[in-house]
Design a protein around this ligand. Structure first.
Ligand code: SF4
Length: 317
């Protein structure tokens, strides 16, 4: 069995980045937001404080070891069990990655700290930055993203605008849509207006296909997603699911391990991760895939989501 990694996970097939090696640089779950749709569960430390949450040297050492084993990936993706721009040494980490590999670097961020010059300078070292914008006004922002008290939506939007002017790489803006919360015409018009100001290279629409711990998060159906994409303009696309992407043998066998565990008994995300020694972001990729294939479903018990494999009836006629 391969040695368990502390900061890296995958490569996993990503709907937006192809084959992506995840680099986790904040502990579970340190974030500036507490989004109602977050599949990682509730934010345990809601903060805007930047610090060295995990040691940059240890992350880079693990990466070098992984590269030496012949890593294949389309992107090295800095993300985390929360908001990665909270890590004060993000810029040094990207510099370090670029010294040891040509694989492009992506940063997955909620964008809330991009109003700060130090965060923009760090993120500008990446090749692609993938921020989020799920709301067009304060009320929807607070309802959906439940921000830290010092985070305001106007700073999020203006930070993205300034970053656009400073950053020569690509910005792929994700808009996460939840039926009934940010899908009405007024809200879409406000989001459209913000997109016009930000000028991202791509706008990627997502919805709740993944499990969340918050009841009442409804996915937007495909037809409506397509209609909203058309309304938001040419750069906008609905992000497709990973089952259509390429998927190596190593990934298939890990996905099978997750499924066979869920065939035996219902498990929480933490149980899957500790049982199989995989990162929660990686486990969620497989669970999402199986949920999309209607092979796994979920239920809530005492605030925890449990997943189980759906038993199929065998027709013996
Ligand atoms: S920003 Fe990301 S990690 Fe933070 S609460 Fe929202 S979805 Fe979860």
């Amino acid at each position: 069995m391969a040695e368990e990694k502390k900061y890296l996970y995958g490569p996993v097939p990503s709907r937006r980045l192809g084959l992506s090696l995840g680099v986790d640089i904040v502990p579970f779950k340190v974030c500036t937001l507490d989004c109602v749709y977050c599949q990682l569960g509730k934010t345990s430390e809601k903060t805007t404080e930047r610090k060295e949450y995990v040691p940059a040297e240890a992350v880079l050492a693990e990466l070098k070891e992984t590269l030496a084993q012949g890593l294949q990936a389309d992107f090295i993706t800095i993300s985390g069990s929360g908001e990665p721009t909270l890590n004060l040494r993000l810029g040094e980490l990207i510099d370090g990655i670029k010294k040891v590999t040509d694989i492009p670097v992506a940063v997955l961020t909620n964008g809330t700290l991009l109003y700060r010059q130090d965060v923009r300078t760090n993120c500008a070292k990446a090749d692609v930055v993938l921020p989020s914008l799920d709301a067009g006004d304060k009320q929807a922002f607070e309802e959906i993203n439940r921000p830290h008290k010092d985070i305001i939506i106007e700073n999020l939007i203006s930070g993205l605008c300034v970053f656009r002017n400073e950053f020569a790489g690509s910005i792929w803006l994700e808009v996460f849509l939840i039926e009934g919360l940010n899908t009405d015409a007024r809200q879409i018009a406000k989001i459209k207006n913000a997109i016009k100001r930000i000028q991202p290279d791509k706008v990627q629409l997502n919805t709740a296909v993944r499990p969340t711990t918050h009841a009442g998060i409804k996915r937007v159906d495909t037809e409506k997603l397509e209609a909203i994409a058309a309304e938001l303009g040419k750069k906008c696309e609905v992000v497709a699911d990973f089952s259509q992407g390429r998927c190596g043998k190593h990934i298939e066998s890990k996905a099978e391990d997750v499924l066979s565990m869920l065939k035996r008994r219902p498990c929480s995300l933490n149980e899957i991760c500790s049982g199989l020694g995989i990162h929660h972001n990686e486990a969620l990729k497989y669970i999402t895939h199986f949920q999309q294939q209607r092979m796994v479903d979920s239920s809530e018990k005492d605030g925890t989501t449990f997943f189980k494999a759906i038993r199929r009836k065998i027709n013996t006629d």
